[in-house]
Design a protein around this ligand. Structure first.
Ligand code: AHM
Ligand code: MG
Length: 325
């Protein structure tokens, strides 16, 4: 990993435009960053603008979950920002049942963007980190089937990443060229490059799982946890995927949201949670598994389908899957 601190830190826009490999993808990332800055500003005003930010809208989203006001607002911000980006063909989100078609391929719609605009939103009222997750797929669909571009295996992603609204606001971008990290400079209201070509640790005795569901886990996972207890592992679990994944990316370890007896497919969504996080990990030298194969190889059947998620340092992911096998 190159630590950009020893060099001048270019703003995100400048850095993206310096990269010849990105082309129109640079505009898509900038649009997501713009939405991220807007969402960050709203989150920071939680409890100050209570009526606008905190609380439930009284609606249930496609997952059967209660929508928070900020879920809806974040979705609107991401969509509005992408609407201004001429290369985006279609937008799909956790908060909307169907994909929103913006423009077909013949009018320049080159990409499908999928997002969980505000992951972990039940944590905002207690000031715990939340995040925006994004996945970018190429649009090769015929003009009358643009919406179908959102349903591709994660291995087709051309970019993915997240914005983490934590003690600082961090944007992580993974592409075929590697994983870069930017931090929002509040004085300039711009994301600045802080690290290029992140390479995650191959091992670290740290696991992140909601262990309260132990009795619901399959015997192999229970065996892994007993192994971890007996072998000097530590446990960190924030309960906000973007924060848990970001720690895992930088410090190593493994994040697991597995299949349980009650929910055999787990809780997390394949298209805008599992796939982008697995892509980030893999591009940083880590791994992403379901327990029976690579997350990125799962052929999607539905936009909102769920998937068991085991992501992190390659050796730690392998340790979990060995126990599951
Ligand atoms: P959400 O998309 O409704 O916010 O749910 C996803 C979140 C993740 O951020 C987190 O990893 C997980 O739910 C935590 O679930 P649990 O409370 O079951 O451990
Ligand atoms: Mg989510």
């Amino acid at each position: 990993m190159t630590d950009a601190k020893s060099q001048p830190q270019p703003p995100l826009g400048t850095h993206l435009r310096e990269r010849r490999d990105l082309g129109p993808l640079a505009d898509v990332v900038e649009a997501i960053a713009t939405a991220g800055r807007g969402i960050a500003a709203r989150i920071q005003r939680a409890r100050l603008d209570d009526g606008d930010v905190i609380g439930e809208v009284g609606a249930i989203n496609v997952q059967g979950e209660i929508q928070q006001k900020l879920d809806v607002l974040s979705d609107e911000l991401v969509l509005a920002s992408l609407q201004g980006c001429r290369s985006v063909a279609v937008y799909a989100s956790e908060e909307q049942e169907e994909p929103v078609v913006l423009r077909p391929r013949s009018e320049g719609g080159m990409y499908a963007v999928l997002s969980d605009p505000l992951d972990g939103s039940s944590n905002i009222d207690v000031a715990v980190s939340v995040g925006t997750i994004f996945s970018v797929l190429p649009n090769d669909a015929p003009d009358d089937q643009t919406a179908s571009a959102v349903l591709q295996a994660g291995s087709a992603q051309v970019a993915a990443g997240y914005v983490l609204y934590g003690s600082s606001v961090v944007l992580v971008l993974a592409t075929a060229a590697g994983v870069d990290m930017y931090v929002l400079d509040p004085d300039r209201d711009e994301f600045m490059l802080v690290a290029e070509g992140l390479a995650m640790p191959t091992s670290k005795k740290l696991y992140a799982i909601n262990e309260a569901y132990f009795e619901e886990f399959e015997p192999g996972l229970q065996a892994y946890l007993r192994y971890a207890h007996g072998n000097g592992y530590g446990l960190r679990y924030i309960g906000s995927m973007v924060a848990d994944v970001h720690r895992t990316l930088l410090k190593g370890g493994v994040f697991v949201y597995p299949s349980t007896r009650k929910a055999p497919e787990g809780k997390l969504r394949l298209m805008y949670e599992g796939n982008p996080m697995a892509y980030v990990m893999v591009q940083a030298g880590g791994a992403g598994e379901t327990g029976v194969g690579a997350i990125l190889d799962v052929v999607p059947k539905a936009l909102h389908e769920r998937v068991p998620v085991i992501v992190g340092s390659s050796e730690e992911v392998a340790q979990v899957t060995r126990h599951l096998a």
